[in-house]
Design a protein around this ligand. Structure first.
Ligand SMILES: *Cc1c(COP(=O)(O)O)cnc(C)c1O
Length: 425
């Protein structure tokens, strides 16, 4: 399988390694597969019965068909050694809990697969992943690439701008993970990273690549859990499910749409957003108006110009096709807080703010199906306390990380300093 850019009418093809190490296509578009393979759903159900990893190995091989099966098998086994399950709210509605991985959020599914596959595609020694983060991406990437042989990870984050928990997730691993705390803001971090990618001298001396969320090695494996969820659903239901996806950059939901194209039954998708409602608005008006993001309590969804919109249009062609399969929903902060309270009172369950948007959309459309629960409530203690008056339980593994000493390098927002640091690794 080769890949091409969503912006390239001539469809110039790239190998998996080229596309994965480039991240974004040279023309600024997003990589997509040259064709969409069909999954044999009875095979998927058999394999899902065995394990998530077995099912994923089959699906991954359909897309990454020039990677040896043994390589894929080994990668998915290492990546997917944690649980995934439904929490049923009643016979018709469930939350798909995607937060039982090491960083307690669904991004582990993409980041760990990417880490394992990158390690195996990288045949020459010495690859440095360079990434700027405002918090969540850094923890997922650090977790995903931790101990991957031949790969160093350098993460830039702004001093004083990430939560103690996010900092702990990036700075307590050590080994091949190198956190840099930058005297500056997130924009400085991004500018520094860009400067390194534009530095021809550095690039001739060091192999660097990014691990941002649009990378196809992060995007494609997110389609696998939609298949798995369908298998769980189909055990007790003959109708295809409604699938609600709390969305920000729209990588998650477009991976679900890819799964649907590969043959996974779905009745409809609900694109659920916070106040950053460009896509729900687009579904109603047909006008796409990307804009600056606004801050909300579900801050991992604070995206005003979602990158994966291009993949969505690649999959559907135009807004009319999109409307046949997708409806939108958006929630205010006040509604999110009220939902967290309601979920605790009615169901004795603590939901994180992003998953609460999913719950609200599921309630609004009275779905038969499930919403994706994208993070553990333990990661959003302040919001939970604001909603319910008490702090959520913190899992032992997370508490341990918070108690471990943070190890990082302090750095000025200076191109020269960062370049020296990278060359010294
Ligand atoms: C990243 C993230 C989202 C949004 O996912 P997209 O793929 O960007 O739409 C939702 N919830 C949580 C907890 C996240 O970390």
């Amino acid at each position: 399988m080769r890949f091409y850019s969503t912006r390239d009418k001539s469809r110039k093809l790239f190998t998996l390694a080229e596309a994965a190490f480039a991240g974004l296509a040279p023309d600024g578009g997003l990589f997509v597969p040259e064709h969409i393979p069909q999954a044999d759903m009875s095979r998927v159900r058999q394999l899902a019965d065995i394990s998530y990893a077995d099912m994923s190995a089959y699906l991954a091989a359909l897309i990454f068909d020039d990677v040896p099966q043994a390589t894929i098998d080994d990668a998915v086994r290492k990546a997917y050694d944690f649980d995934i399950n439904f929490h049923w709210f009643d016979g018709r509605k469930a939350a798909l809990e995607l937060f039982h991985g090491p960083t307690f959020a669904f991004k582990d599914f993409g980041a760990r697969f990417m880490g394992q596959m990158t390690g195996r595609l990288n045949t020459t020694d010495g690859l440095t992943i360079l990434t700027a983060t405002s918090g969540d991406t850094g923890s997922a990437v650090a977790g995903g690439f931790y101990n991957v042989p031949g790969v160093d990870v350098v993460i830039l984050y702004p001093d004083g701008k990430v939560s103690p928990l996010q900092q702990a997730q990036m700075t307590t691993l050590g080994g091949n993970i190198h956190p840099l705390k930058v005297r500056g803001n997130f924009d400085d971090c991004q500018r520094l990273v860009k400067a390194m990618f534009n530095d021809a001298d550095l690039r001739s001396r060091k192999r660097i690549t990014s691990a941002n969320s649009i990378n196809l090695l992060r995007w494609i494996p997110q389609s696998f859990y939609y298949f798995y969820a369908y298998c769980l659903w189909a055990e007790g239901h003959s109708q295809a499910p409604d699938v609600v996806v709390p969305s920000g950059n729209y990588g998650n939901i477009t991976a679900g749409m890819l799964a649907a194209r590969m043959g996974m039954p779905v009745r409809r998708f609900v694109a659920a957003s916070n106040a950053n409602d460009v896509v729900p608005e687009f579904l109603v008006t047909g006008d796409y108006r990307p804009r600056a993001s606004v801050r909300t309590l579900a801050n991992a969804m604070d995206v005003g110009a979602p990158s994966n919109f291009e993949r969505m249009m690649w999959l559907y062609g135009d807004v009319d096709n999109l409307r046949r399969e997708v409806v939108g929903f958006s929630a205010t902060d006040a509604e999110i807080l009220a939902a967290i309270r309601e979920i605790e009172e009615k169901y004795g369950y603590i939901s994180d703010p992003h998953s609460a948007v999913g719950y609200l959309a599921a309630r609004h459309y009275d779905i038969d199906g499930y919403w994706l629960s994208t993070a553990s409530a333990a990661k959003f203690g302040e919001v939970i306390e604001q909603a319910t008056g008490h702090w959520p339980d913190i899992p032992e593994a997370l508490q341990k990380r918070m108690d471990a000493p943070c190890v990082y390098t302090m750095m000025d927002a200076s191109d020269a300093d960062l370049k020296d640091y990278l060359l010294s690794l």
